[in-house]
Design a protein. Sequence first.
Length: 404
Amino acid sequence: MQIHRFVHAAWLTLAALDASAAERLQITVQHDLQAARPNETIAIPWAEVVRRLPGAQMLQLQVRDSNGTLLPYQVSNVPPLTQDASDEAPDADLAHGELLFQHDFALHEQRASFSVEKSSTPVLPFPAKTFARYVPERLDDFAWENDRLGHRTYGPALAAPAPPGSAKEVLVTSGIDIWFKRVPYPIVDRWYSKGHYHQDDGEGLDMYSVGRTRGAGGTGIWDGRQLFVSRNYASWRVIANGPIRSVFELSYAPWNAGGVAVSEVKRFTVDAGHLFDTVDSTFTTEQPQSLQVAIGLNKNPAYAEQTPSAASYRSPEALMQWVDQRSAGNFGTAIILPGASGQAADTDNELILAKVTSGKPLRYHLGAAINWSGAIPNAQAWQAYVQAYRQRLASPVRIELSTE
């Protein structure tokens, strides 16, 4: 018994020494591109943070770059795509948690170092650069944004028939809208509160037309001749909400896709500083089978009074569009689809295609830009940006961890 007690006490002493020795988590991030990577999101599994930095608390950390500058960070718990919502671990458990922060890799900077230390007091909240919410006051819209762009899509209240004698708007679509921002701060709540967003008051505006099209990144099932699409989203849930990354899901009730009942769940990942959002879309049928999914861009996305001219551009894994307008600014839209199987078009949409298996997520990226900032002034610059972003997606950063 005495030996057992001695061994137990020695183990506790070693554990305490190990915990006290791990005062700082060192993170080294590398990449292989000969290109700048602004706003690179670095994700560290929370389990690794706690293992290497015992006693770490999600609201009591200091993340610093190699110059000692304190960086905004976020700890989020995002369940796997295949996990049912009812089986989620509570946020406090952080079963699937990640520590997130960002770094601007300059041109030719291919290595950067960071440190994480425990703080004795809670850190103050960081300014939110991403945001997503359900908007019941506007007929069940769901809207999201980062510091570069805003988007929205449409819910069941908008699709419901108008009561007799009412002037209620009715629109049945699962297309995706774009809100072009002039400012980096959040505007979703501000624009809904002021009651209009088709007029530019200095913060930007919604000048993108969706209608019954796919808008800027809506999906459907393509049989080679016809596109079968869902109605407005049926339900939503927000999983994480800034300051660096917002994650949410939209679920679509089953629809008839050429004799096959198909349902869909879209998970959106919205990172600060990016012109593209990541979408993981899972299509499900009663019997396992292959499906051909189409992701679309509206052929005529600008309002007629702007006398727009739209041109489309295609590459093996990307579908791009550039729209010149009379006065409201010129803009680009794009879909990046790694492993795309082809491209097509119908009356309303340019389409990029992928073959998927029921129940397995398809990842794609939807993005847009406007020439207001001067960074992307024309179609050629937009094409170059999209191809560079595709290369960035194909070459993720590598992360090494150590403690001292």
